[in-house]
Ligand binder design. Structure first.
Ligand SMILES: [Zn+2]
Length: 518
């Protein structure tokens, strides 16, 4: 960039003195700039080897989605008024919105670190994240060479090569063909919203061909998703299943899953079923229920306050109730569900259980921090992750220690929970949780720095309270009750209202952004 400007400027200076004829100058300039102002799309299988223009925005490389679609022979539809484009790549339908970093792949919201731009009726996509996204979530491999300015597209190496369904008397058998041996630890079975999921960590599928396989028996539809390193096979169920078993074979790579059912669904109900399903799909992403979780309560006081009289549980409850009140005012048709509205003890597992049963679309857990070091201060927002930031260790230990107050039977629920698998099961929500955490933290920063509180940023950690939630979820640490200054702030209702207001604004920004992307 610097070199190019330098050369261009030299040409300009020369041209001022008319040392080089203008036509010669134009020739050199065009060729020199032409090289770095275009990018080559190469696909041997599609017989493509074509240059398309490259756009620079804030020092990032962008290409026009229309140009890309044209050379690759993909269809594209653009809505000028809404500044949205839909790209059709085989069976995948990908929606891009200008000034929005969410990308909708079929029915899943994914996020790029950079927003798409809009120029002269065209969506511009950031090359590096666009290729990364397609690489991860479609059945093609995209290789972007930043130096050579080329994007190479190849069919990718799938290791889950096919599926077969067999109808049995007491259910349906799913046979999964694989070219690689997967261990029991890498395969997760799960039921979410009427879909049975087989998630294979390290699996790579051709989503197009998987999604073409017709349903059979108790399964009405099959969909394949590539979610990063995880291949997700989803099966739409006709109704409830009694049990499911995973069977691995010692001598073969293939494995199968046995879905056992008892009841038989009448065929007459099929039409109603399809109708209801479409309606449900439409509503899937609409944030109509928000679950608010005031941390601790009852015999569990949470972090002890600076004066040892007012503790974490007493501070987070009014903040949570105020947050609910504000959200109800600002988002009239959104239902607010609380895990507790009074000073009662609720086990951690029960909190996400309440959220899941209420069909919550967001789960926000409100806490206040504590430390033996009275110097520590500031507010931070967490999302669930198997890894933890080094500095988050104490917070994770402190919040997870709430299980010590639980009955033995309740405590047994946490035994054997593997955070890696738990976060894998939530893989679709982690990106969104991360985004929700970032908008809430930004919003808190705007309000709380003014009153002398410190921004500790967005962090991640393995929190029990977030494990089972089948929705985007975050945990907010609103400040340190062990720090004299912050304690005196946090016990004041004006500060509590400020915090609630900031969180509500973050939630509204998130809701608008994600709903706007659809
Ligand atoms: Zn807490």
């Amino acid at each position: 960039m610097i070199r190019r400007n330098f050369i261009t400027n030299i040409f300009k200076i020369f041209s001022l003195f008319a040392i080089i004829p203008k036509s010669v100058l134009a020739f050199f300039q065009q060729n020199y700039l032409g090289k770095s102002n275009s990018i080559k799309i190469i696909s041997k299988s599609a017989n493509v080897d074509t240059q398309i223009p490259l756009y620079k925005k804030l020092n990032h490389d962008f290409i026009s989605l229309k140009d890309f679609a044209k050379v690759m022979h993909y269809s594209i539809y653009t809505n000028d008024a809404k500044k949205k484009s839909v790209l059709y790549m085989g069976k995948d339908r990908i929606r891009f919105t200008a000034d929005n970093s969410f990308v909708i792949l079929n029915d899943d919201a994914l996020q790029m670190p950079l927003e798409c731009k809009w120029t002269h009726g065209e969506i511009l996509v950031p090359v590096i994240y666009f290729t990364k996204l397609l690489n991860q979530y479609t059945s093609l491999t995209f290789t972007y060479d930043v130096k050579k300015k080329t994007i190479e597209i190849n069919p990718s190496n799938v290791n889950i090569t096919g599926l077969r369904l067999e109808e049995k008397e007491n259910g349906t058998l799913i046979l999964v063909h694989a070219s690689k041996k997967f261990s029991e630890k890498e395969i997760m079975l799960d039921i979410r919203n009427g879909w049975f999921h087989i998630e294979v960590y390290g699996g790579k599928i051709d989503t197009t061909s998987i999604s073409k396989i017709p349903g059979k028996g108790y399964i009405t539809k099959i969909k394949g998703f590539q979610l990063g390193d995880t291949a997700s096979l989803a099966f739409k169920l006709k109704g409830k299943i009694e049990s499911r078993d995973l069977v691995l074979q010692e001598s073969r790579n293939d494995f199968y899953v046995n879905l056992r059912t008892k009841s038989v669904i009448s065929i007459n109900k099929e039409n109603e079923h399809v109708k209801a399903e479409l309606e449900q799909q439409k509503k899937k992403w609409y944030i109509d229920t928000i679950v608010l979780d005031a941390g601790h309560g009852g015999k569990d006081s949470g972090a002890p306050g600076y004066n040892k009289k007012i503790n974490e549980k007493d501070i987070v409850l009014p903040i949570t109730l105020e947050l609910g009140k504000l959200l109800k005012q600002k988002l009239r048709d959104v239902k607010i569900v609380y895990t507790r509205k009074t000073d009662v003890f609720i086990p951690l597992w029960k909190r996400t259980d309440i959220a899941n049963k209420a069909n919550g679309k967001l789960f926000i857990s409100i806490h206040a921090n504590g430390s033996t070091s009275q110097k520590l201060n500031g507010f931070e927002t967490y999302f669930l992750s198997a890894d933890k930031d080094e500095k988050a260790r104490g917070v994770v230990l402190k919040e997870n220690s709430a299980i010590e107050f639980e009955e033995t039977v309740d405590r047994q629920r946490y035994e054997g929970v593997n955070f890696i698998l738990a976060t894998m099961a939530q893989s679709a929500f982690i990106k969104q949780s991360q985004y929700l955490a970032s908008v809430i933290q930004k919003s808190l920063k705007l309000k709380l720095e003014k009153i002398g509180m410190t921004d500790r940023g967005v962090k991640q950690g393995p929190f029990w309270v977030m494990v089972g939630a089948t929705m985007p979820n975050v945990l907010v640490e609103t400040g340190f009750v062990s720090n004299k200054y912050e304690f005196n702030k946090l016990i004041k209702s004006t500060t509590q209202k400020k915090i609630a207001d900031a969180i509500s604004q973050g939630v509204i920004k998130y809701k608008n952004d994600i709903e706007d992307a659809f």
